[in-house]
Design a protein around this ligand. Structure first.
Ligand SMILES: [Zn+2]
Length: 283
């Protein structure tokens, strides 16, 4: 299993794997989705009763939404995970930390204090401590408050993985497809412009009246180029039996794609090491 090409743009990653079987790449996909750790809000305290502002005006601590819906929305907001601390092994899962009741290694605390009329967004979550722990996406709406309504919440984020709940799923839209072998039989090509022009994915290019494959990763194996009436019988053949795959995934912003991939591969290695140990112990 080799990486031929890799491109990371923001939260998105595109990798071309070669010398790979589908089951291997699928194991990587599953590990990315379920085994990548991240922080997410899983505990909130909602202030009940009147909320006063600095001028002494009071607001009702009510919103048009049920508390459960607000709790769910807060839990799904991607909060940053300190990747340096994660890679150093300093971040710990809830229940695995040796502290008493929570510390910087196992939790992040936020406060949310807004008064209507306004729309409350993810940017209103104030981290208690380092400001770099503010949610990366500022404009995720949480609730709309009308006149005299207010909200005061203390929220705590802990580390987890997507195996437990979607709130801890850092990687999304992970998928792969084969990159076919596209062969051009130049002696049979009658109309190169027509073959190139009919490809819906711009896989081909015509240079000096010669048809060339310039973008095989874009091919979705529609086989339009193989149609006999297009530019010559048997001019192009597309072979989908391949060991090259295009793999794409993106993160929700809580982790960068490289860190997510490192953790997924690390977890896979750990699982197989356990399996080897179990087999060695067989009598
Ligand atoms: Zn702790």
């Amino acid at each position: 299993m080799k990486i031929e090409k890799a491109k990371v743009t923001g939260n998105k990653a595109t990798i071309v794997f070669s010398d790979v079987e589908p089951f291997m790449i699928n194991a990587f996909r599953r590990a990315l989705i379920t085994d990548t750790p991240k922080m997410a809000i899983d505990n909130i305290e909602i202030h009940l009763g009147a909320i006063s502002d600095e001028n002494g005006r009071t607001y009702e601590s009510t919103t048009p939404l049920f508390d459960e819906i607000i709790a769910h929305r807060l839990s799904m907001i991607p909060v940053p995970t300190d990747t340096d601390a994660l890679l150093r092994g300093d971040l710990r899962y809830k229940g695995e930390c040796t502290c008493d009741g929570g510390c910087n290694n196992c939790q992040i605390m936020y406060s949310l204090n807004r008064r209507g009329p306004c729309t409350v967004y993810s940017k209103d979550l104030d981290p208690l401590g380092d400001d770099k722990l503010r949610p990366q996406d500022p404009n995720i709406p949480i609730v709309k408050l009308t006149e005299d309504e207010g909200i005061l919440i203390y929220a705590t984020a802990h580390m987890g993985t997507g195996k437990t709940h979607a709130r801890w799923q850092a990687v999304h839209a992970a998928g792969y497809r084969p990159i076919p072998e596209i062969t051009i039989h130049q002696d049979k090509v009658k109309d190169p412009e027509r073959i190139a022009g009919n490809c819906p994915r711009d896989v081909f290019e015509v240079s000096k009246k010669t048809l060339k494959v310039v973008n095989p990763e874009a091919c979705v194996i529609c086989r339009t180029c193989e149609h006999e009436d297009l530019g010559g019988i048997g001019a192009v053949t597309v072979n989908a039996e391949t060991d090259r795959y295009l793999f794409r995934f993106e993160t929700d912003g809580s982790l960068d794609p490289k860190t997510a991939a490192l953790f997924a591969l690390d977890k896979l290695g750990e699982r197989f090491a356990e399996l080897i140990k179990d087999i060695e112990e067989l009598k």
